[in-house]
Design a protein. Structure first.
Length: 121
């Protein structure tokens, strides 16, 4: 595994978003997610600074008109380790795949790419 380098500017933005001093780029609002350390499914807010996770917890982020708010269905679970940046059309068949989703989610024991409702503040 390699760690992508981070500039000082990116690091400062990541910290400022996590401390609610700058608005988040994206907010997964009140979602179920897999805690990869405990193996338990938890519920909370996840917000991003650019393409990096800035915060996971109970506090809502600072948002502005550019913040993408993503709300998942109740039966969906965000699983960070399974997020896949692309898929080919032949890999998605029938009811397990939607289009335009933020990543892979787990639904009823199977991995599915699902379209999430998105709105601007």
């Amino acid at each position: 595994m390699s760690i992508r380098p981070m500039s000082a500017k990116t690091y400062r933005r990541l910290l400022n978003v996590s401390l609610r001093k700058e608005p988040a780029t994206a907010w997964f609002k009140d979602v179920c997610y897999l805690n990869v350390y405990t193996g338990q499914v938890e519920k909370g807010h996840i917000y991003l600074a650019g393409e990096r996770i800035a915060y996971v917890g109970d506090q809502e982020p600072l948002v502005d008109g550019q913040t993408m708010i993503i709300e998942l269905d109740e039966e969906q679970v965000l699983v960070p380790g399974y997020i896949e940046p692309h898929a080919h059309p032949f890999q998605c068949a029938g009811s397990i795949c939607g289009y335009g989703g933020p990543g892979l989610t787990v639904k009823r024991g199977r991995i599915a790419m699902k379209h999430a409702f998105r709105k601007k503040v």
